[in-house]
Design a protein around this ligand. Structure first.
Ligand code: NAD
Length: 448
C-alpha cells in the first residue's frame, strides 16, 4: 500500500532523485520524461547520470513496485494527487531564462490533472511563476505550489533525504500543507511560506553562494598581489560561525547548471521590480574576470615568451566537470577556460574520471582520453580544473617524467605542493604568492 500518488515530470538530476527518494518514503511515484530511450533504460533500472546511491534507490523503487517510468507527462498525471514539475529551466544564449519546458508541461497536463490535484514547481522558476501558471492552467480546482530544490549534484540523494530545510510555498495554505506532508518521513525543518517567498528563497540562496565564491576569488587575487596565502585567510575566515567555511575556496570561477543561470535570472527579477542589484552584477563580472585570470596564469606558467604564448603549446587537462562527483559539463568553468585556451592556439588533451567511459566527449579542439597519464605525455604543463579526490593520489614521479616541462597549474589548490616538489614538479596554485621559494622545483632545467 502506498501513502500518496505522485507524478514527477522530468527525470534529470532533480526529477529522478526526487522520484526515487519520494518512492523510498513510501509514496507511489510515476516519473515521466520526453526521452523514450531514457524512459526505457530507467524502467530497467539503468541510470545514466553519475549520482552516488541513485541507481540503487531507483532499482529498489522498481522492485517494491512504488516507482515506474512512462513517456510523456500525459501518461503520468492521470491518477496523481500531486504533480512535481522538474524539467529544465536553462538560460538562452542571450541570457534569458527559458521557461518553455515548464509552460509546455502545464499546457500538456491542463485538461488531464485529476480534480483537486496540486501542481508543484520543483524546477527553479522566477518569482511570479505560481501565479502565472495558475492563470495558464485555468483550473480553479488545481492549486500551484512552489517547492524549490536545493540538492547538489554528486550528493543529490543524500541532500534530498537530509535537507537543511524543506521550503513549500503557496497562496493556498491547504495545498502547501498537502505537499509538506509528503516529506513527513524526513527529519528536516519545514518552512511553509507564500508562493513568492518560496520562489525567491531559491534564487536568494544561490545568488548568495555565487557572491561568496566571487568574494573569495577576489581575496585570492589580492593574496597573490600582497604575498598572502588564501588558504590561511579563508580557513581563518570560515572558522567564524557567522561566515562558515563552505563556498570559501578559490577556483577557476563558479559554474554548473545552476549558479550562472540563477544569477542572471535574479538580475532580471530585480530589474523588473526596479531594484538595483549591483552587488550581484559585480559577482558575475568577478567570475568572468577569474576565468581570464586563470587563462593568463596558464599562459604565463606554461607558455612561450612570445606574442602568442600558447600557440601550438600542448597542455594536459585534469578534470572538465564543474565539480567533483558529477558528470555534468553544463556551464563548467573548466570548459570555458579550455575553450579560451583552444582559441589561443593551445593543443589540449584532457582526462576526467566521470567521462572516462565516453572519451569521445566533444569539446572542439580537445582530445578527451581515458587515462590521466596520457594527458601528460609531451605536455608543456598540466592544468587541474576539477577537485577529483583521485588526482591527489596520481603518481607524480611518473607524471614528471612524462611531462615535457614539469609544471602544474592547480586552479583549485587541490594538490599537495610538497609532494609535487619532491617529484620535481613546480606547483602553481591560486591565491598564493606566485613563486614562493618553498614551492620552487628541486629539478633544474625548467622555467619556473
Ligand atoms: P535536467 O536537464 O537534468 O533534466 C530535465 C529533464 O526534463 C530531462 O530529462 C528532459 O528530457 C525532461 N523534460 C523536458 N521537458 C519535458 C516534458 N515536457 N515532459 C517530460 N520530461 C521533460 O535538469 P535538472 O538539472 O534536473 O534541473 C531541473 C530543474 O531543477 C531546473 O530548473 C534546475 O534549475 C533545477 N535545479 C537543478 C539542480 C541541479 O543541481 N541540477 C539543483 C536544484 C534545482
Amino acid at each position: 500500500m502506498y501513502r500518496h500518488s505522485i507524478a514527477v515530470i522530468g527525470t534529470g538530476y532533480v526529477g529522478l532523485t526526487a522520484g526515487a527518494c519520494l518512492a523510498s518514503l513510501g509514496h507511489r511515484v510515476v516519473c515521466a520524461d520526453l526521452d523514450p530511450v531514457k524512459v526505457e533504460q530507467l524502467s530497467r533500472g539503468h541510470v545514466r547520470i553519475l549520482e552516488d546511491g541513485l541507481p540503487e534507490l531507483v532499482r529498489e523503487g522498481i522492485d517494491t513496485g512504488l516507482l515506474s517510468f512512462v513517456e510523456g507527462a500525459a501518461a503520468a498525471v492521470r491518477d496523481a494527487e500531486t504533480v512535481f514539475v522538474c524539467v529544465g529551466t536553462p538560460m538562452t544564449p542571450g541570457g534569458e531564462l527559458d521557461m518553455t519546458a515548464v509552460d509546455a508541461v502545464a499546457d500538456e497536463v491542463r485538461d488531464l490533472l485529476p480534480r483537486d490535484s496540486v501542481l508543484v514547481t520543483k524546477s527553479t522558476v522566477p518569482v511570479g511563476t505560481a501565479a502565472r501558471l495558475t492563470a495558464r492552467l485555468g483550473r480553479p480546482d488545481v492549486s500551484v505550489v512552489s517547492n524549490p530544490e536545493f540538492l547538489r549534484e554528486g550528493t543529490s540523494v543524500r541532500d534530498f533525504l537530509n535537507p537543511d530545510r524543506v521550503v513549500v510555498g503557496s497562496d493556498d495554505r491547504e495545498a502547501a500543507e498537502q505537499v509538506a506532508a509528503l516529506y513527513a518521513g524526513l527529519d528536516a525543518p519545514m518552512m511553509i511560506t507564500d508562493a513568492a517567498s518560496a520562489e525567491l528563497i531559491k534564487y536568494a540562496a544561490n545568488c548568495f553562494l555565487a557572491i561568496k565564491l566571487s568574494y573569495v576569488n577576489v581575496i585570492a587575487e589580492l593574496c597573490e598581489r600582497v604575498g598572502a596565502d588564501v588558504g590561511q585567510v579563508a580557513t581563518a575566515m570560515g572558522k567564524d560561525h557567522r561566515i562558515g567555511s563552505a563556498f570559501l575556496r578559490p577556483g577557476p570561477g563558479w559554474g554548473g547548471s545552476c549558479l550562472p543561470k540563477d544569477t542572471r535570472a535574479m538580475l532580471k527579477v530585480a530589474a523588473a521590480a526596479g531594484v538595483d542589484f549591483e552587488l550581484l552584477n559585480a559577482a558575475i563580472d568577478v567570475n568572468l574576470r577569474q576565468r581570464d585570470r586563470i587563462t593568463a596564469k596558464i599562459a604565463d606558467v606554461c607558455g612561450t615568451a612570445t606574442d602568442r604564448p600558447l600557440d601550438g603549446v600542448r597542455l594536459g587537462v585534469l578534470g572538465l566537470t564543474f565539480k567533483a562527483g558529477t558528470d555534468d559539463l553544463r556551464d563548467s568553468p573548466a570548459v570555458a577556460v579550455v575553450e579560451e585556451l583552444v582559441g589561443l592556439g593551445a593543443e589540449l588533451v584532457a582526462y576526467d574520471p566521470a567521462l572516462s567511459d565516453r572519451p569521445a566527449t566533444t569539446i572542439p579542439g580537445v582530445t578527451v582520453v581515458d587515462d590521466p597519464y596520457l594527458v601528460a605525455k609531451g605536455a608543456a604543463g598540466l592544468v587541474l580544473f576539477t577537485e577529483w579526490p583521485e588526482f591527489r593520489t596520481l603518481d607524480w614521479e611518473t607524471l614528471a617524467v612524462l611531462l615535457d616541462r614539469p609544471v602544474v597549474v592547480d586552479t583549485r589548490n587541490h594538490l599537495d605542493p610538497r609532494e609535487l616538489r619532491r617529484a620535481g614538479i613546480a606547483w602553481h596554485g591560486v591565491g598564493v604568492p606566485s613563486s614562493p621559494a618553498a614551492l620552487a622545483p628541486v629539478r633544474s632545467g625548467i622555467r619556473h
